[in-house]
Design a protein around this ligand. Sequence first.
Ligand code: PHE
Length: 338
Amino acid sequence: MKLLEKLKSIEKSAIKEILEINSLEGLENSRVKYLGRKGELTAAIKSIKNVAKKDKPKAGQFINEMKKKIGSLLDEKEQGLREKEMASLENHDITLPGIEREMGRKHPLIRTMEEIIDIFARMGFKSVDSPEVETEFYNFEALNIPKNHPSRETFHTFYVENGMLLRSQTSTAQIRMMEKEKPPLQIVHAGKVYRPDAVDASHSFMFYQMEGLMVDKGIVFSDLKGVLEKFAKEYFGEDVQMKFRPHYFPFTEPSAEIDISCFICGGKGCRVCSYKGWLEVLGAGMINPRVLEFVKIDPKEYTGFAFGMGIDRICMLKHGIDDIRLFYENDVRFLRQF
Ligand code: PHE
């Protein structure tokens, strides 16, 4: 009887295969392969209808026994594997110390940047991106910085190839945003800027700035004051006082430098404020109408303000850090403190 032979060969290979298995997963695969609905044995049972009538009982009996045999072999094997698994867990000393992975943390400058952006975001400013490699147009021309201005000389700006440069201020973002979107605009941008300064405790060839800008109909200087005062109080504390000193920036008119009363000594004078009682933290002003014209915004219809601050300086003031180089040396003993 052909079927019988076929069954015997299935049985032989099944037993051989199952004995060699040494994983619970492999065992489950064999169970499906031989005993499953689409398994080899099920297929054989279906073909019993082609067997001569007199041979049918014999074939049926053989199949039943075979099913039992394979089933109990699988069960036995499973039990063995499970016992082995338990034993290996028992040999494992779970009281041994684990492999400690040190948690990373954000760099103090990135944290400062995010905290500041967050305060402005709550006042409705949207945070945007802007490129670090720029053209002279965005870094100077459109910001009303004329060709002969000293800041355009090679010893004040890093020039790269094809007339491109590493931006020396985030004010470039003002132009890019005003070109891209029409007012009302309320935007902040923070990122790296580059200046070929000699490196010392307060200068670095690369540092971080944040720029803010607001343009709409009827924006006046007191809007600028309100926004900056809110920021200073949120970031440095409710008691902080502000002082606007007249200043000159080519892209704002009028312009001011803004000091806050020293939040360490409350204005009495201390090491952090160099015994002046005041800390210079910001540059700002009303956007120069010439700049608005550059980006095709009608200055008779719209006005706006802009401000810029050094993130490094603000972070240094806030945490009493006296050397900017600490931010860029990647010494974990310093960075771990934040
Ligand atoms: N870009 C100026 C600087 O780097 C700061 C500034 C920004 C001043 C916006 C006015 C308005 O010093």
